[in-house]
Unconditional design. Structure first.
Length: 242
C-alpha cells in the first residue's frame, strides 16, 4: 500500500511500505510533527540529532517544519542500499498511526502479525517502544482486539491510536476504546478508562484518535475530559447512553 504526501520539509517521509525519518544536522530539540504511516518496518534517518515529537499535533499547531534547514532530499530504504538511514526496526504487518518521540524513545502503534513475544500469537493491538539513538527494542504493551458485547475491530489493524506523551506518562486509546495511561520508561499501566463500559461508546473509529493533554485533562474524540491523575471523567456528557 502506498501513501502520497505533498508537504514541505516534514521531518519524516512516508514511502511505500516503510517510514523514513529525515533529520537535519544541527537541529534543535523542538517538537516535530510525525505524519501517519503504513509501514512494516520503522526506519530512522542517519543524520544524528536528538528530537522530541511527543504527540500528533504540536505547538504552535503548524504541521510544517519551519525550523530545520538543509534537510536531506534523497534516501533509500532498500535492504542493503540504505542511504540517510540510521536504523531499521520490524513492526507488525501494518501501522496506521504516527510514531512519537520523547525521553530518548520512539513509541509506535502496530499489530501482532510479527510477534515479538512467542507466547502471544493471536491478533492483538500492540504499542512498541524503541530506543531513539539506535532502534533497540525496549518494551511493548499488548491489548485485546475483541471487546465485550461482541464488538470487534479488525485484528489486521491492531492499535490505531497515535500516542501522546505528557511528562513521564504516555496516553493512547485501544481498539476496546480504553484510554490507557502508561509509564514512558517501562510501559507500566497507571490506569485505564473503559469508555465502552462507562460511557456506552461504540468501538469504531474512536480508537484511531490521538489523545490531547491540556493541563490536567486528557481529551479523546468522544469529547469526554479525563482527570489526568485519577482517570475520572471531569466533564461527563449526560446525553451519552449508559
Amino acid at each position: 500500500m502506498s501513501s502520497r504526501l505533498t508537504i514541505r520539509c516534514l521531518r519524516p517521509i512516508l514511502i511505500t511500505g516503510i517510514l523514513t525519518v529525515v533529520l537535519a544536522s544541527g537541529a534543535d530539540a523542538n517538537p516535530r510533527f510525525m505524519p501517519r504511516l503504513f509501514p512494516r518496518h520503522f526506519r530512522a534517518a542517519e543524520s544524528l540529532c536528538p528530537l522530541t515529537a511527543p504527540s500528533m499535533a504540536l505547538p504552535p499547531r503548524n504541521m510544517v517544519n519551519l525550523v530545520d534547514r538543509n534537510l536531506p532530499t534523497t534516501w533509500s530504504a532498500e535492504e542493503g542500499k540504505f542511504k540517510n538511514i540510521k536504523w531499521s526496526a520490524d513492526l507488525g504487518h501494518a501501522s496506521f498511526g504516527s510514531p512519537v518521540v520523547a525521553h530518548g524513545k520512539v513509541f509506535v502503534a502496530t499489530n501482532n502479525r510479527r510477534p515479538r513475544d512467542p507466547k502471544v500469537k493471536q491478533s492483538k493491538a500492540v504499542l512498541m517502544a524503541f530506543r531513539e539513538n539506535d532502534g533497540k527494542f525496549l518494551w511493548q504493551n499488548v491489548h485485546d482486539i475483541l471487546g465485550p458485547y461482541g464488538y470487534r475491530t479488525s485484528g489486521y489493524f491492531g492499535l490505531l491510536s497515535t500516542p501522546a506523551v505528557d511528562g513521564r506518562r504516555l496516553y493512547y486509546v485501544t481498539p476496546r476504546v480504553e484510554l490507557i495511561c502508561a509509564d514512558c520508561e517501562d510501559g507500566k499501566v497507571h490506569w485505564g478508562f473503559d469508555m465502552m463500559k462507562e460511557l456506552g461508546v461504540v468501538p469504531y473509529y474512536c480508537n484511531i484518535c490521538s489523545p490531547l493533554v491540556v493541563g490536567d485533562l486528557v481529551f479523546v474524540v468522544t469529547a469526554n475530559g479525563i482527570n489526568e491523575e485519577e482517570g475520572k471523567v471531569a466533564a461527563p456528557n449526560p446525553k451519552i447512553a449508559p
